[in-house]
Design a protein around this ligand. Structure first.
Ligand code: URA
Length: 238
């Protein structure tokens, strides 16, 4: 059980400064558990709380864990320079509460991207020690050969790496398409591994992280969803 003043609850959920949240409540723009509320100092139970702000429905969440189907031409960096940032695809309160991408996809890579405002989760997911497979589908410029698949599985040497990097899984899907699963998340890793193996990546899509598959989330490009406990558990599964 956790109790909070309604203005502090709104602030924690990304609705602006305490003062702004007080004005939202006093102005009659907030409903809590279906009831209008106009006292910013009213104390409420937050666990599982449903509330609305300007008639938009929200659930109180201590932290948020999101999956986004990243479209091309969006940047994951905090200060995007050439394309809009992925955070621009989220509602303002989620940005306000400090949601950040977990790791990065290149601006032209599409597919499954996790985001959260839970620093411990972001750190744990991004740790190099975390050996969870990330599955990509890569379109290649040149035809896929058994030698290419064997090279990616056997390990290829990248310029700035001390040892060869190998895919944990790789299979041909089409004449110019492979599925490739990596446990590391090095800079441009799929593209650089394909180049080092003598081919070239022309399109890249992340389709799964651990046991969490993008297709199971049924998100159109640019859409996002909250991840529940079951989906978070799938992230750790192989
Ligand atoms: N590997 C890449 O080359 N780019 C990505 O965005 C992700 C993995």
């Amino acid at each position: 059980m956790s109790h909070l003043r309604v203005d502090r609850m709104l602030q924690s959920q990304g609705f602006g400064t305490r003062r702004h949240c007080q004005q939202l409540v006093a102005g009659g723009h907030v409903r809590v558990a279906g009831e209008p509320i106009d006292d910013p100092a009213a104390v409420i139970e937050t666990a599982g709380l449903a509330f609305t702000v300007f008639d938009e429905a929200w659930i109180h969440r201590e932290h948020v864990y999101l999956a986004l189907n990243k479209p091309p031409r969006y940047e994951c960096s905090r200060r995007p320079s050439h394309h809009p940032g992925v955070l621009s695809l989220l509602p303002e309160p989620l940005r306000q509460r400090g949601v950040q991408p977990v790791g990065r996809l290149d601006h032209d890579t599409t597919g499954l991207l996790l985001l959260s405002d839970d620093g411990t989760f972001i750190h744990a997911q991004s740790s190099p020690k975390r050996r969870v497979g990330k599955l990509y589908v890569a379109d290649t410029a040149e035809a896929v050969t058994p030698e290419l698949v064997a090279a990616l599985l056997g390990g290829v040497q990248l310029h700035d790496e001390p040892a060869p990097l190998a895919a944990v899984h790789c299979e041909q899907l089409d004449a110019c398409r492979i599925a490739i699963e990596l446990e590391q998340g090095k800079y441009h890793q799929v593209k650089r591994m394909l180049a080092a193996a003598g081919n070239h990546c022309v399109a890249l899509r992340r389709v799964a992280i651990g046991g969490l598959r993008l297709e199971a989330l049924a998100l159109a490009e640019g859409q996002w969803c909250y991840l529940g406990e079951a989906e978070l558990a799938q992230l750790a599964a192989g």
